[in-house]
Design a protein around this ligand. Structure first.
Ligand SMILES: CC(=O)OC[C@H](N)C(=O)O
Length: 313
C-alpha cells in the first residue's frame, strides 16, 4: 500500500528518535564538505603561486592576489573552525578567540611549510628519473599534492582542531589515492612515487629523505582492547621510519614499536611487524642478481612464515 508523504516523514522522524547515534541535531553546524574542498584548492594556490590558478599570475599582482586569497581563506576557515569547536562543545560557546588564534598560527607557519614543500619537490626530482622538471612535479605528481595538504592539516591537528584536518587529508585522498593521516609526523625531502594505495597512519613518525612507492602501508597491528572490550585509542600504533629509508611497492609495515632503521631498504611485497636495524635490506622472494648462497651467507634473520630475508647492504 502506498504511503502518504506525511507517513513517510513520520517514519523517518521515528527513526531519528529511535536511532540517535547518526543524528547531528541541536549541537551547531558541522564543517561543510564542499567548504573544506574549496579551502584546500585555495590553500594549494597560496602554497604554490601560479601553479594551481586558472590564469597566469604576474609578480606585479602577487601582493594583491595573496591579500585576496588570505582574506578569503581566513574568513572561511574561521567559520569552519567556530563550527567544529562549537560542535565539540555540544553546540555551546562562541569560540571566536580560539578560532582566530588557530588561524593566526596556521598562517604564520606557511613559510616553514613552503620550505618543507620545496625539499619535497627536490626529493621527487632527484628521486625519479622520469621527472623532467619541478613544474612537472608540482602539476602532475599526486604525492606532492597529498603531502602539501597533509603538512597543512598537520598544523591544525597539532592545535587540537577536530574534524577539519581529517576532512582535508580525505579530500587529498579522494584526488590522489594517497591516504596520509594528519597526525603523521613527516620530515623534509619526503617523496611518494606513483602513490596509489599508500596509507600512512596517525602515529607514524617519518624521518628525512624517506621514499615510498605505491601501495605501501605504514599501519597498525591488531588493536589493544580495554577490559570492557573497547579498542584503546590515542596510543602509538604506527611505525617509525628513520632517515633515508626507501620502501618499495605494496609493502606493509605494522606496529607502533616497529622501526625501520636509517638507510634501510624494504623491497616490494614485504610484510613486516618487527623492527629492522639501520642499513638493512629486506626482500621477499628471489633477487635474480644474487645467488641464494650469498643471501643466506649474509642474512640476519628470517621472518617466518613470510620468507623475508634481511641482511646488511
Ligand atoms: C593506517 C592504519 O593502520 O589504520 C588503522 C586504524 N585506522 C588506526 O589508525 O590504527
Amino acid at each position: 500500500m502506498q504511503k502518504t508523504q506525511q507517513e513517510i516523514v513520520n517514519l523517518l522522524l521515528d527513526s531519528y528518535r529511535d536511532i540517535g547515534g547518526i543524528n547531528h541535531l541541536d549541537c551547531g553546524d558541522l564543517p561543510s564538505k564542499i567548504g573544506i574542498a574549496t579551502l584546500c584548492e585555495d590553500l594549494l594556490c597560496l602554497l604554490f603561486p601560479g601553479f594551481f590558478d586558472y590564469e597566469a599570475v604576474a609578480s606585479t599582482e602577487i601582493s594583491m592576489r595573496t591579500n585576496e586569497l588570505v582574506a578569503g581563506i581566513r574568513e572561511r576557515l574561521s567559520v569552519e573552525l567556530r563550527s567544529v569547536l562549537r560542535a565539540q562543545n555540544g553546540g555551546n560557546g562562541d569560540h571566536g578567540a580560539k578560532a582566530d588564534d588557530v588561524c593566526c598560527k596556521f598562517f604564520n607557519s606557511f613559510p616553514e611549510v613552503r620550505q618543507l614543500l620545496q625539499t619535497d619537490v627536490q626529493a621527487a626530482y632527484e628521486g625519479d628519473p622520469a621527472a623532467k622538471s619541478y613544474d612537472e612535479i608540482i602539476l602532475a605528481y599526486p604525492g606532492l599534492e597529498a603531502i602539501a595538504i597533509q603538512r597543512l592539516a598537520h598544523l591544525l591537528y597539532s592545535e587540537g582542531v577536530p574534524l577539519i584536518p581529517r576532512m582535508m587529508t580525505e579530500w587529498a585522498h579522494s584526488k590522489t589515492g594517497i591516504d596520509i593521516h594528519p597526525g603523521a609526523q613527516i620530515g623534509s625531502h619526503f617523496f611518494i612515487d606513483h602513490g596509489t594505495g599508500v596509507v600512512i597512519g596517525e602515529t607514524c613518525v617519518i624521518g628525512t629523505r624517506v621514499k615510498l612507492y605505491h601501495g605501501v602501508t605504514l599501519g597498525a597491528r591488531s588493536f589493544t582492547k580495554d577490559e570492557d572490550g573497547h579498542i584503546v585509542k590515542g596510543i602509538k600504533r604506527h611505525p617509525n621510519v628513520e632517515d633515508d629509508v626507501t620502501v618499495y611497492p605494496n609493502s606493509t609495515i605494522l606496529g607502533g614499536d616497529t622501526t625501520l632503521g636509517a638507510r634501510s631498504t624494504i623491497g616490494a611485497n614485504v610484510f613486516l611487524m618487527q623492527s629492522v636495524d639501520p642499513d638493512t635490506l629486506v626482500i621477499r622472494g628471489e633477487q635474480p642478481n644474487r645467488s641464494l648462497d650469498k643471501r643466506v651467507g649474509k642474512k640476519k634473520q628470517k621472518a617466518d612464515p613470510f620468507e623475508e630475508w634481511a641482511f646488511q647492504i
